[in-house]
Design a protein around this ligand. Structure first.
Ligand SMILES: O=C(O)c1ccccc1NCC(=O)[C@H](O)[C@H](O)COP(=O)(O)O
Length: 199
């Protein structure tokens, strides 16, 4: 089974819909973004997430102190951080009791080679949440094992993307939206079905 994370959720109905579809994780963007939610919003949304589904705080350009504080306020025990600088950063987050997803915004092999001791690696397009695909064909430039593919995934391309890249999981935001920041429940349903129907 491919691990599925739907990211940038901002309202209760959408969280409920994602959970009903059987996703493995939902993401709340605490960073500056059209999809940004406050820590208080994230806490409210987190209340809709049952045990067994990961509730992930998503961060870029925020200090480690801010990450730890907002994750605690929202009761998020998983954080996805797009600009981790070193294994020391990961250690600080681990010491705060957080499970860490290291996100790399890439397409190139050079930034994928270190996980800094993070619990999971997510390989995204050049700009997080931009809905742009990248070249995930060259497996020699991609991680092996448990890693998450992101960047421009849609109901139409996700099955092929998983088969081509060998990814263990997928993460989507723009491809399940009607417009920037507005999730579309039909596209969410289609995405979940497409992942399950993959060859
Ligand atoms: O989604 C955002 O706006 C965002 C802003 C800042 C940091 C991370 C952000 N999103 C991270 C995600 O997990 C997205 O799902 C991932 O980048 C894929 O996005 P998309 O290409 O739109 O599917």
């Amino acid at each position: 089974m491919v691990f599925v994370k739907m990211c940038g959720l901002r309202d209760e109905d959408t969280v409920d819909h994602a959970v009903a579809l059987g996703v493995d994780a939902v993401g709340f963007v605490l960073a500056d973004s059209p999809r940004q939610v406050t820590a208080a919003d994230a806490a409210r949304l987190r209340g809709r997430v049952p045990d067994g589904v990961l509730a992930v705080g998503v961060y870029v350009r925020m200090s480690l102190d801010e990450i730890v504080a907002t994750a605690a306020e929202a009761r998020l025990d998983h954080v996805q951080v797009h600009d981790l600088r070193s294994a020391d950063d990961v250690r600080v987050l681990h010491d705060a009791g957080l499970t860490v997803i290291r996100a790399v915004n890439t397409g190139g092999a050079d930034t994928v080679d270190a996980d800094y001791g993070a619990d999971l690696l997510l390989v995204d397009g050049a700009v997080a949440g931009a809905g742009a695909t990248w070249d995930w064909q060259d497996r020699s430039a991609l991680p092996t094992g448990r890693w998450i593919l992101a960047g421009g995934l849609t109901p139409d391309n996700v099955a092929r993307a998983v088969a081509t890249s060998g990814a263990w999981g997928v993460d989507v935001s723009s491809g399940i939206e009607s417009s920037r920041g507005v999730k579309n429940h039909e596209l969410m349903t289609a995405f979940a079905a497409a992942v399950r129907s993959r060859p």
